[in-house]
Design a protein around this ligand. Sequence first.
Ligand SMILES: Nc1ncnc2c1ncn2[C@@H]1O[C@H](COP(=O)(O)OP(=O)(O)O)[C@@H](O)[C@H]1O
Ligand SMILES: [Mg+2]
Length: 310
Amino acid sequence: MSTDNVIEVENLTKRFGKFTAVDGVSFSVRRGEIFGFLGPNGAGKSTTIRMLCGLLGSSAGTARVGGFDINRDPEGVRQHIGYMSQKFSLYKDLTVAENLTFFGGMYGLEGVRRRNRAAAVVAQTGLGGVERQLAGTLSGALQQRLALGCALLHEPPILFLDEPTSGVDPIARRMFWALIHELSGRGVTVLVTTHFMDEAEFCGRIGFISAGNLIALDAPAALKRGAVREDLFEVDPEQLHGVAEKVAEVEGVADCAYFGTHLHVFCRPNAFTSETLQAAIAGRGVTVRRVGRVAPTLEDAFVRLTQKKE
Ligand SMILES: Nc1ncnc2c1ncn2[C@@H]1O[C@H](COP(=O)(O)OP(=O)(O)O)[C@@H](O)[C@H]1O
Ligand SMILES: [Mg+2]
């Protein structure tokens, strides 16, 4: 293992009774990297993060975070990480400034240092001007930035962000990601979970997790190439209902999935052109407005990976 890796996870497993929520997961994250965890609800993302934060012991396997063993030295881990949990609770009837003072105290900051760090975090997260406002009256986007600010108070070199942008609008999500990139540029290592595919594109590498298993791990572009080996076509049918089943029956079609108001059709390489696919689909009694070749998105990769797994 390289010393550049600030997070090293080996065969990490969590069982709740007979149920295995995290099933032998291994990966490592380099200093300053933005590592994304992507997967459906219940896949085991939050459970993995809670183990890596030293909040939950593992049933088997282990991990080192910032050089500290999560099971032997969870306190060492906790001092070197910032954690924004999925249901982060700010004190809604405290002001922004009071929340920062309170959380600073929790991280053991005192006096001038506590005040300086609070001021730095306000500047960094763009909370200037709302310091005296009650946290509960802030917009969702500002609450999220305050939650990030609280996790940054003790200047942790490693950040765990569990669905930090759920429930905020696209513009606010962009701003939040600009902050994450800035932190990463300064050498902060970030492990972030999301189920927004567009956000996953902003990560250096992505781990796809499904039913407790890490089923793929790579940079976004490589992941798409590796997961989608077929030719991908986007089909715009006149009616969506029941179409996927009919298209899937066409000889040469490997898979078919709804994609917004369109259909994404994965075809054996070189089996079709747009014209011949349109004709083959028409042969199944489906009227199609347009067929075009498209490049796979992460969502396509995810569809293929989870179906192969099943
Ligand atoms: N404390 C717990 N006791 C029992 N089951 C749990 C507990 N925490 C999580 N789980 C289960 O483990 C699975 C993974 O949950 P979680 O890690 O929260 O998934 P994700 O964050 O990917 O949505 C889910 O099926 C969840 O119900
Ligand atoms: Mg979760």
